[in-house]
Write a protein that binds this ligand. Structure first.
Ligand code: EPU
Length: 335
C-alpha cells in the first residue's frame, strides 16, 4: 500500500486535469483494501480506476483510493468457450491484447477503449455494435458500506446503455471481472457500418478477431483523440433517446437527421450530429474545446481547468436544448 498527502491526480485522469487529492492511497491487493476497515471512518472517499470517465472540477478534499489490482488468467475452458478473469487494475487495452493472443473472441470490437478492466462494467462500455454485457459473466464486488465481498452476475449488474448498478451506487467497488469468451473466430460482429466499410477497403472477406481489432483501432485512431496526446474522456454525453413525435418534429427542420430505431416508440439520435448541426464542432476556447472530428468529445489541449470544461458542457447542453428541445445527458462523472 502506498500513501501520499496532497497528491497530484494529473497522471491519474485521462482529461489530464491537474488537481490534488488531500490523501491518496494506492491499493495493490484485495487484502489491503479490506484492511482499510476502520481506518477510513468519516473520510470522504473516491475510488479511482483508470480515470478515463471522470472530470475533476476542483481539488479532492478527501481520500482517493487507487485500485491497482493486477492479473489475468483463463479459468475454465471447453471446446467452445473460455472464462477469463481479469483483476480491476488491468489496463483494458492490455486485456484485449491478452484475449487476441489467446484467440479469445467477443471483446475485439471494444479495442482501444481507454481505462481499466474494473471500469468496464461501471458504464457498460460499448462500441461498434458490442457492449460489455454481451460477454459478461460476473464480477467480484467489494461493498464499502459494510466491507463485504459478493459476486454479481449479469442480472445483479442492471446493465443498460452506458449505465449499471455501479454507476448508481458508488460504494460498490469492482475488484475483478469474469467474461465468457469464444475460443475461435465464430460470431464476429461486423454489424456497425464503419467496420464493414473498412473491411471492404482492406479486401478482407473472412475477418479474424485480430482483423476486427485492427479495423476498430484504426477507426478510433482516425475519429477520436488519443488521451495520451490530448486530454479527454471519450464521449462526454450519451446519445439521447427520443420518441417518434420528437423525431418527426426535428425531421421537419432537418430532413437528414440520423436516427436508430430502438423499438416501436423510441429512437436514438447521435449527440455528435446535434452538436455538429448546432455549429459547435471543432470550436476551441484557448486550452479546451470540442473535438474537430468527433464533437461528442470535449478536450483539454493542455493546462485547462476542469471547471472550464464543465462550464462548456453546460453551455452545449443549453444550446442543444434551445435548438432541438433535447436534454443531453452527461456520460462522464463530474467530481
Ligand atoms: N456524427 C456527426 N458528426 C460527427 C461525428 C458523428 O454527425 O462529427 C453522427 C453521424 O451521423 C454518425 C453518428 O454520429 O453516423 C455516429 O457516430 P459514431 O459512429 O462516431 O458514434 P457515436 O454514436 O458518436 C458512440 C459511442 C462511442 C463509440 C461509438 C462507436 C456513445 C455516447 N458513444 O459514439 O463511445 O466509440 O459509438 O460505436 O454511445 C465513449 O463512450 O466514450 C465512446 C467513444
Amino acid at each position: 500500500m502506498i500513501k501520499k498527502k496532497n497528491f497530484s491526480l494529473k497522471n491519474y485522469n485521462s482529461f489530464n486535469i491537474d488537481v490534488n487529492a488531500k490523501e491518496f492511497i494506492e491499493i495493490n491487493s484485495k487484502e489491503e483494501l479490506i484492511g482499510l476497515n476502520g481506518l477510513l471512518k468519516n473520510e470522504k472517499i473516491l475510488f479511482l480506476g483508470g480515470g478515463s470517465n471522470i472530470l475533476f472540477t476542483k481539488d479532492y478534499d478527501g481520500t482517493v483510493i487507487y485500485l491497482n489490482l493486477k492479473g489475468i488468467n483463463i479459468e475454465k475452458e471447453n471446446s467452445d468457450f473460455s472464462v477469463v478473469k481479469a483483476n480491476a487494475g488491468e489496463n483494458w487495452s492490455n486485456f484485449i491484447e491478452f484475449c487476441l493472443n489467446n484467440n479469445l473472441g467477443g471483446v475485439e470490437n471494444l479495442s482501444l477503449i481507454p481505462g481499466n478492466v474494473g471500469s468496464a462494467p461501471v458504464q457498460n462500455i460499448g462500441a461498434y455494435g458490442v457492449e460489455l454485457k454481451d460477454v459478461f459473466l460476473s464480477c467480484e464486488v467489494f461493498n464499502f458500506d459494510d466491507f463485504s465481498l459478493k459476486n454479481f452476475d449479469l442480472f445483479d449488474c442492471e446493465f443498460e446503455y452506458r449505465n449499471s448498478v455501479f454507476k448508481k451506487n458508488k460504494n460498490l467497488i469492482i475488484l475483478s471481472v469474469k467474461l465468457k469468451l469464444k475460443n475461435n473466430n465464430h460470431d464476429i460482429n461486423t454489424s456497425y457500418g464503419d467496420i464493414n466499410d473498412e473491411l471492404k477497403k482492406s479486401n478482407i472477406d473472412n475477418p479474424t478477431i485480430k482483423d476486427i481489432s485492427r479495423v476498430v483501432s484504426s477507426i478510433r485512431r482516425r475519429k477520436l483523440p488519443d488521451p495520451k496526446q490530448i486530454g479527454n474522456a471519450g464521449s462526454f454525453f450519451k446519445n439521447p433517446i427520443v420518441n417518434k413525435e420528437k423525431l418527426n418534429w426535428i425531421e421537419k427542420h432537418h430532413k437528414n437527421v440520423p436516427s436508430y430505431k430502438l423499438d416501436e416508440k423510441y429512437y436514438k439520435i447521435p449527440a455528435a450530429w446535434l452538436i455538429e448541426t448546432a455549429g459547435l464542432k471543432g470550436k476551441k476556447f484557448g486550452k479546451f474545446g470540442i473535438h474537430k472530428s468527433q464533437p461528442l468529445v470535449l478536450v483539454n489541449y493542455g493546462g485547462a481547468k476542469g471547471g472550464d470544461i464543465y462550464k462548456l458542457s453546460l453551455s452545449i447542453k443549453e444550446i442543444i436544448k434551445k435548438i432541438f428541445k433535447i436534454e443531453l445527458e452527461t456520460e462522464v462523472n463530474i467530481i
